[in-house]
Design a protein around this ligand. Structure first.
Ligand code: UFG
Length: 329
């Protein structure tokens, strides 16, 4: 069985990736600091508690297991916090991956898959956004993701590292089998906040602005199911192991939903009234983010299976209603 090191494998997307890898005949080896990840979500292989900035620990893992590839899901991901605490983001999202890549080079591990973001594009000049769109991020979070993409390109040119950067749009949904889901502390993402409101854990959802130039005035996002993200990672992994040199790919559904549509759809699926109130715009929110993923479909053979907003919210609701307190419940 091939070993894949999954950094951040106790987190929301990383833990589902481990389950998916295990189902497809790979052994995931998890490295996670548990600062945001959950020990309960690590079930499919060996676990090491720590960070990718710990070269000794990485060397120990690489000398114990023959690792075919590394997947990195361990970035900090709060856009707002990245503006007020940029040092935290540059350290964890840029400096730590540099240690990981240097250790991989020393240990001759040559395949890397990176969770990048549509936040690397900044304010869109055209919709849908393709991979050729200029990358001018507008916040430190997006800049850290772009810096790692640039580091990967330079490591590829100089040292022959092969890497795939997958630029996610809005990751959402939960394990279709109900075992794993989204449990962020604090929670800032719209779908879990809406579902926590449906469960009565919050009084109402704030809609951050209804005066955007969109059909109902609220922001439009391209929601993409974590199971479809996992499928893309596996396809990219197999291409890399088959000899592909690497590349950058958007992962979105090419379809946008407004904040009001998310709340209405969640109301129908949960059968609950979800109170909402209009508040100020949140700084740094583009009106519309929709990605074109034609390249991933064409070159990786990616076929999203959980594309509809209904399916995304249904799987998330299934998780939230059975785990009202997150992993501890
Ligand atoms: N929103 C609200 N109310 C809330 C929370 C969010 O109206 O309480 C709105 C936001 O303004 C935005 C939409 O819902 O228009 C989605 O917001 P999320 O916070 O769920 O997601 P973002 O689009 O801000 O961020 C996500 C990822 C980031 C990534 C970004 C790329 O969480 O990691 O997409 O744009 F960088």
């Amino acid at each position: 069985m091939r070993n894949i090191l999954v950094v951040g494998g106790a987190g929301y997307i990383g833990s589902y990736m481990c389950k998916y890898l295990s189902k497809h005949g790979y052994q995931p080896i998890v490295l996670d600091s548990l600062v945001y990840g959950h020990r309960e979500a690590v079930k499919w292989g060996p676990f090491f508690e720590g960070t990718m900035s710990n070269a000794d620990l990485l060397n120990r893992i690489f000398s114990t297991y023959q690792v075919s590839a590394v997947m990195h899901f361990a970035a900090f991901c709060y856009v707002g916090e990245s503006v007020t605490e940029p040092a935290k983001y540059y350290r964890n999202n840029v400096s730590s991956p540099l240690t990981l890549l240097e250790t991989m080079r020393e240990q001759k591990v040559n395949n890397f898959i990176f969770s990048s973001s549509c936040a690397t594009y900044g304010e869109p000049l055209e919709i849908p956004i393709s991979e050729a769109h200029p990358q001018h991020p507008i916040n430190p979070y997006g800049r850290t993701k772009l810096m790692v993409e640039q580091m990967l390109a330079d490591f590829g040119n100089a040292y022959g590292l092969k890497s795939v950067s997958l630029r996610y749009f809005n990751a959402a949904g939960a394990d279709p089998e109900g075992e794993l889901g989204e449990d962020h502390q604090p929670e800032t993402h719209i779908i879990p906040l809406v579902l926590q409101t449906a469960l009565g854990q919050r009084e109402s959802v704030s809609i951050f602005g209804d005066d955007y130039p969109t059909k109902d005035g609220t922001c439009i996002r391209d929601y993409i199911h974590i199971a479809d993200l996992a499928q893309a990672h596996l396809l990219a992994l197999e291409k890399l192991l088959d000899g592909m040199s690497g590349g950058q790919y958007n992962l979105g559904n090419g379809d946008g939903h407004s904040v009001k549509e998310v709340i209405e759809t969640a109301g129908k699926i949960t059968g609950m009234t979800i109170p909402s109130k209009i508040t100020e715009r949140r700084a740094g929110d583009p009106a519309v983010l929709i990605g074109s993923s034609q390249k991933a479909m064409r070159e990786l053979g990616w076929k999203p299976e959980f594309a509809s907003l209904e399916t995304i919210i249904e799987t998330a609701w299934n998780w939230h209603k059975n785990h009202p307190g997150g992993y501890v419940s």
